[in-house]
Design a binder for this molecule. Structure first.
Ligand SMILES: Cc1cc2nc3c(=O)[nH]c(=O)nc-3n(C[C@H](O)[C@H](O)[C@H](O)COP(=O)(O)OP(=O)(O)OC[C@H]3O[C@@H](n4cnc5c(N)ncnc54)[C@H](O)[C@@H]3O)c2cc1C
Ligand code: SF4
Length: 512
Protein backbone atom coordinates (compact mmCIF):
# COMPACT_ATOMS: atom_id res chain seq x y z
CA UNK A 1 0.00 0.00 0.00
CA UNK A 2 1.50 3.35 -1.03
CA UNK A 3 2.23 5.32 2.11
CA UNK A 4 3.34 8.89 2.65
CA UNK A 5 5.66 9.22 5.62
CA UNK A 6 6.05 12.73 6.96
CA UNK A 7 9.14 13.63 8.95
CA UNK A 8 9.21 16.75 11.14
CA UNK A 9 12.34 18.88 11.59
CA UNK A 10 13.23 17.29 14.93
CA UNK A 11 12.72 13.71 13.71
CA UNK A 12 15.99 13.26 11.84
CA UNK A 13 16.63 9.62 12.84
CA UNK A 14 16.64 6.76 10.39
CA UNK A 15 15.33 4.55 13.19
CA UNK A 16 12.26 6.74 13.72
CA UNK A 17 9.01 4.77 13.91
CA UNK A 18 7.47 6.55 10.89
CA UNK A 19 10.15 5.01 8.63
CA UNK A 20 9.70 1.47 9.93
CA UNK A 21 8.57 -0.95 7.22
CA UNK A 22 9.11 1.63 4.45
CA UNK A 23 8.80 0.13 0.97
CA UNK A 24 11.23 1.89 -1.37
CA UNK A 25 9.18 0.81 -4.40
CA UNK A 26 5.95 2.44 -3.37
CA UNK A 27 6.33 4.79 -0.39
CA UNK A 28 7.41 8.39 -0.24
CA UNK A 29 8.87 10.59 2.47
CA UNK A 30 8.08 14.27 2.86
CA UNK A 31 10.23 16.75 4.80
CA UNK A 32 9.31 20.41 4.83
CA UNK A 33 11.17 23.52 6.00
CA UNK A 34 7.88 24.82 7.24
CA UNK A 35 8.01 28.60 7.09
CA UNK A 36 5.79 29.26 10.09
CA UNK A 37 8.19 27.39 12.37
CA UNK A 38 11.05 29.56 11.20
CA UNK A 39 9.37 32.94 11.28
CA UNK A 40 6.76 32.74 14.05
CA UNK A 41 9.40 33.83 16.56
CA UNK A 42 12.79 35.36 16.00
CA UNK A 43 14.91 32.26 16.48
CA UNK A 44 18.67 32.56 16.95
CA UNK A 45 20.34 32.59 13.55
CA UNK A 46 22.63 29.67 14.55
CA UNK A 47 19.60 27.63 15.58
CA UNK A 48 17.95 28.15 12.18
CA UNK A 49 21.18 27.28 10.37
CA UNK A 50 21.72 24.16 12.49
CA UNK A 51 18.22 22.81 11.97
CA UNK A 52 18.05 23.57 8.23
CA UNK A 53 21.47 22.10 7.57
CA UNK A 54 20.70 18.96 9.62
CA UNK A 55 17.37 18.56 7.77
CA UNK A 56 18.96 18.94 4.34
CA UNK A 57 21.74 16.48 5.16
CA UNK A 58 19.21 14.00 6.48
CA UNK A 59 17.11 14.27 3.32
CA UNK A 60 20.24 13.81 1.20
CA UNK A 61 21.04 10.60 3.10
CA UNK A 62 17.51 9.28 2.54
CA UNK A 63 17.76 10.03 -1.18
CA UNK A 64 21.16 8.31 -1.34
CA UNK A 65 19.53 5.31 0.33
CA UNK A 66 17.13 5.17 -2.63
CA UNK A 67 14.10 6.54 -0.78
CA UNK A 68 11.64 8.68 -2.74
CA UNK A 69 11.93 11.90 -0.75
CA UNK A 70 10.06 15.16 -1.35
CA UNK A 71 12.03 17.91 0.33
CA UNK A 72 10.39 21.33 0.39
CA UNK A 73 12.90 24.09 0.95
CA UNK A 74 12.26 27.33 2.76
CA UNK A 75 12.50 29.36 -0.45
CA UNK A 76 9.92 27.20 -2.18
CA UNK A 77 7.52 28.06 0.61
CA UNK A 78 7.68 31.81 0.27
CA UNK A 79 4.52 32.06 -1.81
CA UNK A 80 2.93 29.00 -0.31
CA UNK A 81 2.86 29.25 3.43
CA UNK A 82 0.39 26.51 4.23
CA UNK A 83 1.89 23.19 5.27
CA UNK A 84 -1.37 21.54 4.34
CA UNK A 85 -1.13 22.80 0.75
CA UNK A 86 2.37 21.38 0.52
CA UNK A 87 1.13 18.00 1.69
CA UNK A 88 -1.69 18.12 -0.85
CA UNK A 89 0.87 18.67 -3.62
CA UNK A 90 2.88 15.65 -2.53
CA UNK A 91 -0.31 13.60 -2.23
CA UNK A 92 -1.20 14.49 -5.82
CA UNK A 93 2.14 13.14 -7.02
CA UNK A 94 2.33 10.05 -4.81
CA UNK A 95 -1.33 9.15 -4.48
CA UNK A 96 -0.91 7.46 -1.08
CA UNK A 97 -3.58 5.43 0.68
CA UNK A 98 -2.13 6.11 4.10
CA UNK A 99 -0.12 8.82 5.86
CA UNK A 100 2.21 7.81 8.66
CA UNK A 101 3.83 10.18 11.12
CA UNK A 102 5.67 9.71 14.37
CA UNK A 103 3.97 11.64 17.16
CA UNK A 104 5.33 15.18 16.91
CA UNK A 105 7.08 16.76 19.86
CA UNK A 106 4.63 19.65 20.20
CA UNK A 107 1.01 19.75 21.18
CA UNK A 108 0.21 22.32 18.47
CA UNK A 109 1.50 19.95 15.76
CA UNK A 110 -0.42 17.01 17.15
CA UNK A 111 -3.58 19.08 16.91
CA UNK A 112 -2.72 19.99 13.34
CA UNK A 113 -2.16 16.33 12.39
CA UNK A 114 -5.44 15.32 13.97
CA UNK A 115 -7.16 17.84 11.71
CA UNK A 116 -5.68 16.21 8.57
CA UNK A 117 -7.91 13.20 9.03
CA UNK A 118 -10.87 15.25 7.83
CA UNK A 119 -9.02 17.81 5.69
CA UNK A 120 -7.08 15.32 3.57
CA UNK A 121 -9.52 12.48 3.48
CA UNK A 122 -6.72 9.93 3.85
CA UNK A 123 -6.24 7.93 7.03
CA UNK A 124 -3.36 9.21 9.13
CA UNK A 125 -1.58 6.93 11.56
CA UNK A 126 0.30 8.53 14.45
CA UNK A 127 2.97 6.24 15.86
CA UNK A 128 4.71 6.54 19.23
CA UNK A 129 8.06 8.27 19.27
CA UNK A 130 10.06 5.28 20.42
CA UNK A 131 13.28 7.28 20.59
CA UNK A 132 12.08 8.45 23.99
CA UNK A 133 12.61 5.96 26.79
CA UNK A 134 9.37 6.52 28.66
CA UNK A 135 6.18 6.21 26.65
CA UNK A 136 3.16 8.44 27.34
CA UNK A 137 1.36 5.45 28.81
CA UNK A 138 4.22 4.49 31.10
CA UNK A 139 4.44 8.06 32.34
CA UNK A 140 0.71 8.07 32.98
CA UNK A 141 1.06 4.86 34.99
CA UNK A 142 3.90 6.38 37.00
CA UNK A 143 1.89 9.55 37.73
CA UNK A 144 -1.13 7.60 38.94
CA UNK A 145 -1.69 7.80 42.70
CA UNK A 146 1.35 10.03 43.24
CA UNK A 147 0.87 13.14 45.33
CA UNK A 148 4.12 14.65 44.10
CA UNK A 149 5.86 13.99 40.83
CA UNK A 150 9.47 14.11 41.94
CA UNK A 151 12.03 13.43 39.23
CA UNK A 152 14.32 11.49 41.57
CA UNK A 153 11.83 8.64 41.99
CA UNK A 154 10.95 8.59 38.31
CA UNK A 155 14.66 8.36 37.52
CA UNK A 156 15.20 5.38 39.82
CA UNK A 157 12.43 3.52 38.00
CA UNK A 158 14.07 4.34 34.68
CA UNK A 159 17.46 3.10 35.89
CA UNK A 160 15.85 -0.20 36.86
CA UNK A 161 13.79 -0.46 33.69
CA UNK A 162 16.82 -0.05 31.43
CA UNK A 163 19.24 -1.71 33.85
CA UNK A 164 21.65 1.18 33.63
CA UNK A 165 24.16 1.50 36.47
CA UNK A 166 22.38 -1.33 38.25
CA UNK A 167 24.33 -4.18 39.87
CA UNK A 168 23.36 -7.82 39.45
CA UNK A 169 21.57 -7.81 42.83
CA UNK A 170 19.38 -4.88 41.68
CA UNK A 171 21.13 -2.23 43.75
CA UNK A 172 22.45 1.01 42.26
CA UNK A 173 26.06 0.80 41.11
CA UNK A 174 28.35 2.36 43.70
CA UNK A 175 25.69 1.95 46.40
CA UNK A 176 23.78 5.19 45.85
CA UNK A 177 21.22 6.45 43.37
CA UNK A 178 22.43 9.99 43.45
CA UNK A 179 25.87 11.63 43.65
CA UNK A 180 24.64 15.22 43.47
CA UNK A 181 26.54 16.28 46.57
CA UNK A 182 29.87 15.48 44.88
CA UNK A 183 28.82 17.46 41.83
CA UNK A 184 28.72 20.96 43.22
CA UNK A 185 32.34 21.98 43.27
CA UNK A 186 32.92 25.70 42.82
CA UNK A 187 35.19 26.49 39.89
CA UNK A 188 38.89 26.60 40.52
CA UNK A 189 41.12 29.08 38.68
CA UNK A 190 43.12 26.38 36.96
CA UNK A 191 40.53 24.24 35.28
CA UNK A 192 41.94 22.45 32.30
CA UNK A 193 39.09 22.54 29.81
CA UNK A 194 39.60 20.49 26.63
CA UNK A 195 38.94 22.20 23.28
CA UNK A 196 35.70 21.42 21.41
CA UNK A 197 35.29 19.98 17.94
CA UNK A 198 34.52 22.01 14.87
CA UNK A 199 33.18 20.33 11.74
CA UNK A 200 34.17 21.00 8.14
CA UNK A 201 31.38 22.87 6.40
CA UNK A 202 29.77 21.00 3.52
CA UNK A 203 28.25 22.76 0.51
CA UNK A 204 24.87 22.26 2.12
CA UNK A 205 25.94 24.05 5.29
CA UNK A 206 27.56 26.86 3.30
CA UNK A 207 24.32 27.33 1.34
CA UNK A 208 22.28 27.37 4.51
CA UNK A 209 24.58 29.89 6.18
CA UNK A 210 24.23 32.16 3.15
CA UNK A 211 20.44 31.78 3.26
CA UNK A 212 20.28 32.60 6.96
CA UNK A 213 22.61 35.56 6.54
CA UNK A 214 20.42 36.84 3.76
CA UNK A 215 16.93 36.09 5.05
CA UNK A 216 17.26 36.22 8.83
CA UNK A 217 19.75 39.04 9.20
CA UNK A 218 17.65 40.80 11.83
CA UNK A 219 17.35 37.74 14.07
CA UNK A 220 19.08 37.54 17.43
CA UNK A 221 22.50 35.92 17.63
CA UNK A 222 25.81 35.63 15.88
CA UNK A 223 25.80 33.22 12.96
CA UNK A 224 29.49 32.58 12.41
CA UNK A 225 31.78 30.96 13.33
CA UNK A 226 29.48 27.96 13.04
CA UNK A 227 30.80 24.80 14.70
CA UNK A 228 27.69 22.62 14.97
CA UNK A 229 27.56 19.00 13.88
CA UNK A 230 24.84 18.60 11.25
CA UNK A 231 24.90 14.88 10.48
CA UNK A 232 24.63 11.78 12.62
CA UNK A 233 28.28 10.91 11.93
CA UNK A 234 29.39 14.30 13.15
CA UNK A 235 27.10 14.17 16.18
CA UNK A 236 28.57 10.76 17.09
CA UNK A 237 32.03 12.32 16.91
CA UNK A 238 30.83 15.01 19.34
CA UNK A 239 29.53 12.33 21.68
CA UNK A 240 32.74 10.29 21.54
CA UNK A 241 34.83 13.41 22.13
CA UNK A 242 32.74 14.24 25.17
CA UNK A 243 32.88 10.73 26.62
CA UNK A 244 36.62 10.43 26.16
CA UNK A 245 37.88 13.86 27.17
CA UNK A 246 35.17 15.71 29.08
CA UNK A 247 32.90 13.27 30.92
CA UNK A 248 35.63 12.51 33.50
CA UNK A 249 35.11 16.03 34.87
CA UNK A 250 31.39 16.49 34.00
CA UNK A 251 30.12 15.80 37.51
CA UNK A 252 32.58 17.68 39.65
CA UNK A 253 31.96 21.06 38.03
CA UNK A 254 28.38 20.55 36.86
CA UNK A 255 27.14 23.61 38.77
CA UNK A 256 30.17 25.84 38.24
CA UNK A 257 30.29 28.98 36.12
CA UNK A 258 33.39 30.71 34.79
CA UNK A 259 33.74 33.95 32.85
CA UNK A 260 34.51 33.42 29.14
CA UNK A 261 33.97 29.66 29.48
CA UNK A 262 30.60 28.92 27.90
CA UNK A 263 30.95 25.14 27.90
CA UNK A 264 33.08 24.04 30.89
CA UNK A 265 32.54 20.24 31.09
CA UNK A 266 29.05 20.07 29.63
CA UNK A 267 28.33 17.70 26.77
CA UNK A 268 26.76 20.10 24.20
CA UNK A 269 24.65 17.25 22.86
CA UNK A 270 21.14 18.49 23.67
CA UNK A 271 20.58 19.90 20.16
CA UNK A 272 21.66 16.61 18.59
CA UNK A 273 19.43 14.59 20.89
CA UNK A 274 16.50 16.91 20.31
CA UNK A 275 16.57 16.74 16.51
CA UNK A 276 17.30 13.01 16.47
CA UNK A 277 20.94 12.87 15.36
CA UNK A 278 21.73 11.09 18.63
CA UNK A 279 19.54 8.70 20.57
CA UNK A 280 19.21 8.91 24.35
CA UNK A 281 19.74 5.21 25.03
CA UNK A 282 22.97 5.01 23.03
CA UNK A 283 24.26 8.08 24.88
CA UNK A 284 23.52 6.57 28.31
CA UNK A 285 25.06 3.23 27.32
CA UNK A 286 28.27 4.87 26.10
CA UNK A 287 28.56 6.75 29.38
CA UNK A 288 28.00 3.54 31.34
CA UNK A 289 30.72 1.78 29.32
CA UNK A 290 33.09 4.65 30.17
CA UNK A 291 32.43 3.94 33.85
CA UNK A 292 32.92 0.18 33.43
CA UNK A 293 36.20 0.86 31.60
CA UNK A 294 37.38 3.12 34.45
CA UNK A 295 37.44 6.15 32.17
CA UNK A 296 35.19 8.22 34.42
CA UNK A 297 34.11 8.09 38.05
CA UNK A 298 30.65 7.15 39.27
CA UNK A 299 29.66 10.70 40.27
CA UNK A 300 30.43 11.96 36.74
CA UNK A 301 28.73 9.11 34.91
CA UNK A 302 25.69 8.90 37.20
CA UNK A 303 25.29 12.69 37.11
CA UNK A 304 25.34 12.68 33.32
CA UNK A 305 23.01 9.70 32.89
CA UNK A 306 20.55 11.26 35.35
CA UNK A 307 20.24 14.29 33.07
CA UNK A 308 19.19 12.16 30.12
CA UNK A 309 17.47 9.09 31.52
CA UNK A 310 15.97 11.14 34.35
CA UNK A 311 15.44 14.82 33.63
CA UNK A 312 14.97 14.69 29.89
CA UNK A 313 12.39 11.90 29.98
CA UNK A 314 10.64 13.32 33.04
CA UNK A 315 10.35 16.76 31.43
CA UNK A 316 8.80 15.23 28.33
CA UNK A 317 6.37 13.25 30.46
CA UNK A 318 5.32 16.42 32.30
CA UNK A 319 4.77 18.28 29.03
CA UNK A 320 2.44 15.70 27.52
CA UNK A 321 0.70 14.91 30.76
CA UNK A 322 -0.24 18.50 31.56
CA UNK A 323 -0.71 20.05 28.13
CA UNK A 324 -2.53 22.08 26.90
CA UNK A 325 -3.48 23.63 30.27
CA UNK A 326 0.18 23.75 31.32
CA UNK A 327 0.96 26.45 28.75
CA UNK A 328 -1.31 28.96 30.48
CA UNK A 329 -0.12 28.51 34.04
CA UNK A 330 1.33 31.47 35.90
CA UNK A 331 1.04 30.58 39.57
CA UNK A 332 3.14 33.49 40.81
CA UNK A 333 1.31 35.97 38.60
CA UNK A 334 4.55 37.18 37.05
CA UNK A 335 3.82 39.88 34.49
CA UNK A 336 6.70 42.39 34.39
CA UNK A 337 8.00 43.11 30.88
CA UNK A 338 11.19 41.28 29.88
CA UNK A 339 14.00 43.87 29.95
CA UNK A 340 15.99 44.60 26.78
CA UNK A 341 19.23 43.30 28.25
CA UNK A 342 18.02 39.74 27.61
CA UNK A 343 18.62 40.59 23.96
CA UNK A 344 21.33 43.25 24.06
CA UNK A 345 23.62 42.03 26.91
CA UNK A 346 23.57 45.67 28.00
CA UNK A 347 23.51 45.47 31.81
CA UNK A 348 26.01 46.15 34.56
CA UNK A 349 25.16 42.75 36.10
CA UNK A 350 28.19 40.80 34.90
CA UNK A 351 26.59 37.39 35.42
CA UNK A 352 23.57 38.24 33.28
CA UNK A 353 25.65 39.96 30.60
CA UNK A 354 27.91 36.90 30.49
CA UNK A 355 25.06 34.38 30.19
CA UNK A 356 23.36 36.43 27.46
CA UNK A 357 26.67 36.91 25.63
CA UNK A 358 27.26 33.14 25.56
CA UNK A 359 23.71 32.72 24.36
CA UNK A 360 24.11 35.33 21.62
CA UNK A 361 27.42 33.90 20.43
CA UNK A 362 26.70 30.16 20.61
CA UNK A 363 22.91 29.68 20.84
CA UNK A 364 23.96 27.88 24.00
CA UNK A 365 24.52 28.49 27.64
CA UNK A 366 24.84 25.71 30.15
CA UNK A 367 22.19 24.58 32.57
CA UNK A 368 23.32 26.56 35.61
CA UNK A 369 23.47 29.77 33.61
CA UNK A 370 19.97 29.13 32.29
CA UNK A 371 18.62 28.22 35.71
CA UNK A 372 20.55 30.30 38.22
CA UNK A 373 21.36 33.43 36.21
CA UNK A 374 18.82 34.32 33.51
CA UNK A 375 16.11 32.10 35.01
CA UNK A 376 16.74 33.11 38.61
CA UNK A 377 16.69 36.79 37.69
CA UNK A 378 13.42 36.35 35.79
CA UNK A 379 11.92 34.50 38.76
CA UNK A 380 12.85 36.94 41.50
CA UNK A 381 12.13 40.03 39.40
CA UNK A 382 8.70 38.61 38.49
CA UNK A 383 9.19 38.75 34.71
CA UNK A 384 6.28 37.81 32.49
CA UNK A 385 6.24 34.01 32.14
CA UNK A 386 5.16 34.02 28.49
CA UNK A 387 7.82 36.52 27.46
CA UNK A 388 10.50 34.61 29.33
CA UNK A 389 9.42 31.37 27.65
CA UNK A 390 9.47 33.01 24.22
CA UNK A 391 13.01 34.14 24.93
CA UNK A 392 14.21 30.67 25.91
CA UNK A 393 12.45 29.12 22.95
CA UNK A 394 14.05 31.57 20.52
CA UNK A 395 17.62 31.78 21.70
CA UNK A 396 18.84 28.20 22.22
CA UNK A 397 19.63 25.76 19.44
CA UNK A 398 18.18 22.93 21.56
CA UNK A 399 14.92 24.73 22.30
CA UNK A 400 11.72 22.93 21.35
CA UNK A 401 8.51 23.60 23.22
CA UNK A 402 8.22 20.16 24.89
CA UNK A 403 11.52 20.60 26.69
CA UNK A 404 11.76 24.38 26.94
CA UNK A 405 8.35 24.92 28.54
CA UNK A 406 8.51 22.66 31.63
CA UNK A 407 12.10 23.76 32.21
CA UNK A 408 11.28 27.45 31.99
CA UNK A 409 7.76 27.69 33.32
CA UNK A 410 8.12 24.83 35.80
CA UNK A 411 11.68 24.41 36.95
CA UNK A 412 12.84 27.96 36.58
CA UNK A 413 9.83 30.23 37.14
CA UNK A 414 7.77 28.04 39.50
CA UNK A 415 4.86 29.03 37.28
CA UNK A 416 3.34 25.54 37.53
CA UNK A 417 3.04 25.84 41.32
CA UNK A 418 5.60 23.15 42.06
CA UNK A 419 4.75 20.35 39.64
CA UNK A 420 8.39 20.20 38.49
CA UNK A 421 10.32 21.91 41.29
CA UNK A 422 9.76 21.19 44.97
CA UNK A 423 10.99 24.69 45.78
CA UNK A 424 11.73 27.77 43.71
CA UNK A 425 15.24 28.00 42.30
CA UNK A 426 15.66 31.47 43.76
CA UNK A 427 19.10 32.59 44.92
CA UNK A 428 20.87 35.74 45.98
CA UNK A 429 24.23 37.01 44.78
CA UNK A 430 25.87 34.91 47.51
CA UNK A 431 25.15 31.69 45.60
CA UNK A 432 26.36 33.15 42.30
CA UNK A 433 29.51 34.41 43.99
CA UNK A 434 30.19 30.96 45.45
CA UNK A 435 29.66 29.08 42.18
CA UNK A 436 31.38 31.48 39.75
CA UNK A 437 34.09 34.08 39.35
CA UNK A 438 31.58 36.55 37.92
CA UNK A 439 31.20 38.84 40.92
CA UNK A 440 34.88 39.78 40.93
CA UNK A 441 34.35 41.39 37.54
CA UNK A 442 31.03 43.04 38.34
CA UNK A 443 30.04 46.64 38.96
CA UNK A 444 27.83 45.38 41.80
CA UNK A 445 28.90 43.95 45.15
CA UNK A 446 27.43 40.56 46.14
CA UNK A 447 28.00 41.37 49.82
CA UNK A 448 25.80 44.45 49.87
CA UNK A 449 22.06 44.19 50.29
CA UNK A 450 21.06 47.79 49.58
CA UNK A 451 22.66 50.89 48.12
CA UNK A 452 23.77 51.90 44.63
CA UNK A 453 26.40 49.18 44.33
CA UNK A 454 24.51 46.35 46.02
CA UNK A 455 23.95 43.20 43.96
CA UNK A 456 20.42 43.38 42.48
CA UNK A 457 19.93 39.66 43.13
CA UNK A 458 20.12 40.31 46.90
CA UNK A 459 17.21 42.65 47.46
CA UNK A 460 15.16 41.02 44.67
CA UNK A 461 15.66 37.62 46.32
CA UNK A 462 14.20 38.71 49.65
CA UNK A 463 11.50 40.76 48.02
CA UNK A 464 10.47 37.72 45.97
CA UNK A 465 10.24 35.47 49.01
CA UNK A 466 8.25 37.98 51.01
CA UNK A 467 5.93 38.72 48.08
CA UNK A 468 5.12 35.01 47.98
CA UNK A 469 5.41 34.28 51.68
CA UNK A 470 2.00 32.59 51.77
CA UNK A 471 3.21 29.99 49.32
CA UNK A 472 6.72 29.40 50.58
CA UNK A 473 6.83 29.90 54.35
CA UNK A 474 5.62 26.38 55.02
CA UNK A 475 7.84 24.77 52.36
CA UNK A 476 9.83 22.03 54.08
CA UNK A 477 12.71 22.39 51.66
CA UNK A 478 13.23 26.02 52.72
CA UNK A 479 13.37 25.68 56.50
CA UNK A 480 15.86 28.43 57.36
CA UNK A 481 15.00 31.02 54.77
CA UNK A 482 12.17 32.71 56.63
CA UNK A 483 13.93 32.25 59.98
CA UNK A 484 16.67 34.50 58.58
CA UNK A 485 14.16 37.02 57.27
CA UNK A 486 12.37 37.06 60.63
CA UNK A 487 15.62 38.06 62.34
CA UNK A 488 15.98 41.24 60.26
CA UNK A 489 14.82 44.44 61.96
CA UNK A 490 11.68 46.09 60.59
CA UNK A 491 13.88 48.94 59.28
CA UNK A 492 16.16 46.51 57.43
CA UNK A 493 13.20 44.68 55.98
CA UNK A 494 11.74 47.97 54.76
CA UNK A 495 15.07 49.08 53.33
CA UNK A 496 15.46 45.83 51.36
CA UNK A 497 11.97 46.00 49.94
CA UNK A 498 12.34 49.65 48.98
CA UNK A 499 15.63 48.85 47.28
CA UNK A 500 14.04 46.01 45.32
CA UNK A 501 11.56 48.55 43.94
CA UNK A 502 14.44 50.84 42.95
CA UNK A 503 16.09 47.92 41.13
CA UNK A 504 12.92 47.18 39.18
CA UNK A 505 12.56 50.87 38.34
CA UNK A 506 16.15 50.99 37.06
CA UNK A 507 15.49 47.85 35.06
CA UNK A 508 12.49 49.45 33.37
CA UNK A 509 14.59 52.55 32.59
CA UNK A 510 17.33 50.39 31.05
CA UNK A 511 20.00 51.45 33.53
CA UNK A 512 20.44 48.33 35.68
C1 LIG B 1 15.13 27.73 31.91
C2 LIG B 1 15.66 26.51 31.22
C3 LIG B 1 15.35 26.26 29.90
C4 LIG B 1 15.82 25.12 29.28
N1 LIG B 1 15.48 24.88 27.97
C5 LIG B 1 15.92 23.76 27.36
C6 LIG B 1 15.58 23.51 26.00
O1 LIG B 1 14.88 24.29 25.35
N2 LIG B 1 16.03 22.37 25.42
C7 LIG B 1 16.81 21.48 26.12
O2 LIG B 1 17.19 20.46 25.55
N3 LIG B 1 17.12 21.68 27.40
C8 LIG B 1 16.72 22.81 28.04
N4 LIG B 1 17.06 23.02 29.35
C9 LIG B 1 17.78 21.96 30.08
C10 LIG B 1 19.31 22.09 30.06
O3 LIG B 1 19.70 23.37 30.49
C11 LIG B 1 19.90 21.80 28.69
O4 LIG B 1 19.45 20.55 28.24
C12 LIG B 1 21.43 21.75 28.74
O5 LIG B 1 21.93 22.98 29.20
C13 LIG B 1 21.98 21.45 27.36
O6 LIG B 1 23.37 21.51 27.36
P1 LIG B 1 24.27 20.21 27.31
O7 LIG B 1 23.87 19.36 26.17
O8 LIG B 1 25.69 20.66 27.36
O9 LIG B 1 23.84 19.49 28.65
P2 LIG B 1 24.60 18.67 29.77
O10 LIG B 1 24.72 19.53 30.96
O11 LIG B 1 25.84 18.08 29.25
O12 LIG B 1 23.53 17.52 30.12
C14 LIG B 1 23.43 16.33 29.32
C15 LIG B 1 22.09 16.20 28.66
O13 LIG B 1 21.08 16.01 29.63
C16 LIG B 1 19.83 16.51 29.15
N5 LIG B 1 19.31 17.43 30.14
C17 LIG B 1 19.96 18.00 31.17
N6 LIG B 1 19.13 18.73 31.93
C18 LIG B 1 17.93 18.65 31.34
C19 LIG B 1 16.66 19.21 31.65
N7 LIG B 1 16.47 19.97 32.72
N8 LIG B 1 15.66 18.94 30.80
C20 LIG B 1 15.82 18.16 29.72
N9 LIG B 1 17.00 17.60 29.40
C21 LIG B 1 18.03 17.84 30.20
C22 LIG B 1 20.12 17.23 27.84
O14 LIG B 1 19.72 16.41 26.78
C23 LIG B 1 21.63 17.40 27.85
O15 LIG B 1 22.19 17.37 26.58
C24 LIG B 1 16.62 24.19 29.99
C25 LIG B 1 16.93 24.44 31.33
C26 LIG B 1 16.46 25.59 31.93
C27 LIG B 1 16.80 25.84 33.37
S1 SF4 C 1 27.50 40.92 42.04
FE1 SF4 C 1 25.44 40.26 41.66
S2 SF4 C 1 24.97 41.02 39.61
FE2 SF4 C 1 27.19 41.09 39.86
S3 SF4 C 1 27.93 39.16 39.03
FE3 SF4 C 1 27.65 38.87 41.21
S4 SF4 C 1 25.59 38.04 41.38
FE4 SF4 C 1 25.74 38.95 39.37
Amino acid sequence: MTTLRIIFPDQLSKSISSLEGLDKNTDGVMICEYIQDLTSISHHSKKIAFILSAMRHFAKELIEDGINTSYIQFDALINETSFLKQIKKVIQELNPLLIIVTKPSEFRLLKMINSWKTLLNIPTEILDDTRFLCSDNDFKKWVKDKKQLRMEFFYREMRKKYSILIDSDGSPTGGRWNYDKENRKPPSKYLDIPPRLSHKKSFITKDVLALVKNRFSKNFGILEPFHYAVTRDEALKELDHFIKFILPKFGDYQDAMLASEPYLYHSLISSYLNVGLLLPLEVCKKAEIAYNDNLASINCVEGFIRQILGWREYIRGIYWHFMPEYANLNSLNATITLPDFYWTTNTKMFCVAEAVTHTRDHAYSHHIQRLMITGNFALIAGLDVKQVQQWYLAVYSDAFEWVEMPNTLGMSLFGDNGIVASKPYAASGKYINRMSNYCKKCYYDPNQMTGEKSCPFNSLYWDFLVRHEDKFRGNQRMPFVFTTWDKFTPEKKQEIRTHAKIILQKMSEGIL
